[in-house]
Design a protein around this ligand. Structure first.
Ligand code: PMP
Length: 413
């Protein structure tokens, strides 16, 4: 069946026809039958260069041979035991070694689960109730963070979800990104703040970069006021480099959440932090957290293979960054200043200057974006279908792919 026919059927079976809202491309999404390297093959027989990469995890591209053989080897040995496995030790050792802020970590099955547990842990540890998040920050689809949420929530026009009760979200305050004054003001007014959660580089309204000194100042303010700092590195972790944004920008959060790349493309979430905080997690402490699929052997095998490969080949990050520079520098000059990139995260904003925060990002011309996005798709390039999502490239993108992406950008603009 073709994509249009599949979608018609899917709409009868699945709300909106999709398993996650941002996939509901209009008038219908393309369906993928297979993928390899940098390319997707659609049900309509097209081949697309993939700059979405599963919304970030596939930094080594599709069906990377190292990850594939690790998964295949694990399949032979079983894919769910419901017991601890030696692989948990291997992957946690790598994560702890790569993140100076992490003494211990725990595996879960999604980024949402990781941030939910991290927030509960911050409350359990501090005995305080409230949290602060960034306007437009997206930390998954659980109640306490679904206000002014970025990603699909903003794209679909529902940054505040129905069904999330006021009694819960009244404990979530918001501050604009890149604004330490608002943060200080809020913290000075309220002494019941358990944690401040932020993506060090915002990935869910397109990439927004921290102003010079912003993250260091955030660390200072939170530390001085006894507010735990949660760095949500679900996108940035192992994407911006070994140790993610916190190592790149030199900050030490109290709690970190990881996901995406760290699971090699299989479902994963990880939360970790200082030993005295992590020891509050059950069964060593009173903060409950559990999951049937937590630390599942297939994810651990894929995660170990992907993270291990990145650690052994750190020059990958230099090449990825170089490739993004090639794309940026090929653009007509007026667009270069609207092109925001950090590591292998990038986006062109349809506004005059790079946004500093959510409000500015939302001023982008989303209609122009949609037209551009459709043209790019016709040119054989799949970008995430929203202004408020980050584009990615992988090590599987060849120089020819990069040239094709760069050429398509200029032509479609
Ligand atoms: N935090 C951040 C920063 C994310 O980007 C996402 C997902 N895009 C999540 C949390 C939630 O992760 P998941 O989709 O794996 O639940």
């Amino acid at each position: 069946m073709k994509s249009s026919e599949l979608f018609e059927e899917a709409k009868k079976l699945i709300p909106g026809g999709v398993s996650s809202p941002v996939r509901a491309i209009k008038p219908y999404p393309f369906y993928v039958e297979s993928a390899e390297g940098s390319k997707l093959k659609t049900a309509d027989g097209e081949e697309l260069i993939d700059c979405c990469l599963g919304y970030g995890p596939l930094i080594l591209g599709h069906v990377n041979p190292v990850v594939k053989s690790a998964i295949a080897e694990q399949i032979e040995k079983g894919w769910l035991y419901g017991t601890p496995t030696p692989s948990e030790l291997d992957l946690s050792r790598m994560i702890i070694a790569d993140h100076p802020s992490i003494d211990m970590c725990r595996f879960v099955s999604s980024g949402s689960e990781a941030t939910m547990a991290a927030i509960r842990l911050a409350r359990g540890f501090s005995g305080k109730k409230d949290i602060i998040k960034i306007e437009g920050g997206f930390h998954g689809a659980h109640d306490g963070v679904l206000i002014k949420a970025g990603s699909g929530a903003t794209t679909m026009g529902v940054p505040d979800s129905a069904g999330v009760i006021a009694d819960i979200v009244k404990h979530t305050a918001q501050v604009p990104y890149n604004d330490t004054e608002s943060l200080t003001e809020l913290i000075e007014k309220n002494n019941d703040i358990a944690a401040f959660i932020l993506e060090p580089v915002m990935g869910n309204v397109g990439p927004i970069l921290p102003k010079k000194g912003y993250l260091q100042e955030v660390r200072k303010i939170t530390e001085e006021n006894g507010v735990l700092l949660i760095c949500d590195e679900v996108i940035c972790g192992y994407r911006l480099g070994i140790g993610g944004a916190q190592v790149k920008f030199g900050i030490k959060p109290d709690i970190t959440t990881l996901g995406k790349v760290a699971g090699g493309g299989l479902p994963v979430g990880i939360f970790g932090g200082r030993r005295e905080i992590m020891e509050m997690v059950a069964p060593s402490g009173p903060v409950y957290q559990a999951g049937t699929f937590s630390g599942n052997p297939l994810t651990l095998a894929a995660g170990k293979a992907a993270v291990g490969y990145l650690r052994e080949n750190p020059e990958i990050y230099v090449k990825l960054e170089e490739n993004i520079r090639v794309i940026k520098e090929s653009l007509p000059e007026k667009y270069q200043s609207r092109f925001v990139n950090e590591g292998s995260m990038f986006k062109l904003f349809f506004r005059d200057t790079p946004p500093q925060n959510y409000i500015e990002a939302k001023e982008s011309d989303t209609e122009a974006f949609s037209l551009f996005w459709k043209k790019m798709l016709k040119a054989g390039i799949f970008l995430p279908p929203a202004q408020f999502e980050t584009n990615f490239i992988s090590t599987a993108h060849s120089d020819a792919d990069i040239e094709k992406i760069a050429g398509a950008y200029s032509e479609c603009l």
